[in-house]
Write a protein that binds this ligand. Structure first.
Ligand SMILES: Cc1cc2nc3c(=O)[nH]c(=O)nc-3n(C[C@H](O)[C@H](O)[C@H](O)COP(=O)(O)O)c2cc1C
Length: 189
């Protein structure tokens, strides 16, 4: 797929159908993440790919505890759009029914340049969502899991660094509209 098409047409999708993603597609999607640029080549990411029924169940249980904190953030940000609040809360309650969910941690706790490590992992996550899209697989990158970071770390990556985000992956029948991009976010000098 043309890169431009993926960049402009990828959307955050919050409801998935039952169709499974193949193991080979998952491997290719993760590999694209591993090929992201990283600060001083630290490759500071650690991905936990939840695919088993047991891991998804555990993840969903823990995510249930994030709703209270998340709702406070959403009430503040989307006062004028209660439907966005409902959609997001419902999504997080079941992670959209996703049967594959990637948790992105830092590989270590002690990076001197924390910001550079986070930026590197974000580049990897962008590769992941774009590669998924190029294969017809929908995704949503979400930081709502940060409300339950300690529980997720303890369960899924107790010896690794901070949790940065989750990415849900799956096939979907939905085609969400693109949220408008804001003006005034760049200058050419
Ligand atoms: C760092 C980051 C955190 C996000 N966290 C959430 C989240 O917690 N819940 C959610 O539903 N969407 C989340 N999103 C998705 C955004 O809401 C979405 O990207 C934005 O509304 C633009 O829509 P689009 O991805 O379809 O272009 C997040 C995206 C990013 C990059």
């Amino acid at each position: 797929m043309d890169l431009k098409e993926a960049i402009y047409n990828r959307r955050s999708v919050r409801k998935y159908n039952d169709k499974d993603i193949s193991d080979s597609d998952i491997k290719e999607i993760i590999d694209a993440g591993l090929w992201a640029p990283s600060a001083v080549n630290l490759q500071p990411w650690y991905f936990v790919v939840c695919r088993s029924e047991n891991s998804i169940k555990k993840l969903n249980e823990i995510m249930g505890g994030s709703i209270f904190g998340l709702k406070k953030v959403l009430d503040n940000r989307f006062k004028a759009n209660p439907e966005v609040i409902d959609e997001t809360v419902n999504f997080v309650k079941s992670m959209g029914g996703a049967k594959t969910i990637i948790l992105t941690f830092l590989q270590r706790e002690d990076y001197d340049e924390y910001t550079a490590a986070v930026e590197s992992a974000a580049a990897a996550m962008q590769n992941i969502v774009l590669t998924a899209y190029s294969k017809g697989i929908s995704s949503c990158w979400l930081t709502a899991p940060l409300h339950v970071e300690e529980e997720l770390r303890a369960e899924f990556a107790p010896k690794k660094g901070r949790l940065l985000a989750a990415i849900t992956l799956g096939y979907s029948d939905l085609k969400p509209r693109a949220p408008k991009r804001k003006d005034g976010r760049f200058v050419i000098i």
